[in-house]
Design a protein around this ligand. Structure first.
Ligand SMILES: [Zn+2]
Length: 79
């Protein structure tokens, strides 16, 4: 599963990317379904939370990348 800003959903406990959604049934909002790691069984929260968390991580990564880029430019100042 790929997206524009490179979101990867993985288990914070074991790093597995094999996650499964629980509570998937008629009348259940997809975002409120719980997500469980298939590998170690850890509950990661609801699908909505997991997505929001993954988005934050992706944004942090982008920010870090920019910071490192500017670190390499000595004598440059951002106005
Ligand atoms: Zn896991």
């Amino acid at each position: 599963m790929e997206s524009k800003i490179g979101i990867t959903l993985a288990c914070p406990t074991c790093g597995s990317q094999e996650l499964e959604k629980l509570d998937v049934a008629d009348g259940v909002e997809p975002d409120s379904a719980r997500v469980r790691c298939k590998s170690c069984g850890a509950l990661l929260g609801t699908w909505g939370e997991v997505k929001a968390q993954a988005k934050r991580v992706a944004l942090d990564r982008v920010r870090l990348k920019f910071r490192n880029t500017f670190k390499g430019l000595k004598g440059w100042k951002l106005k």
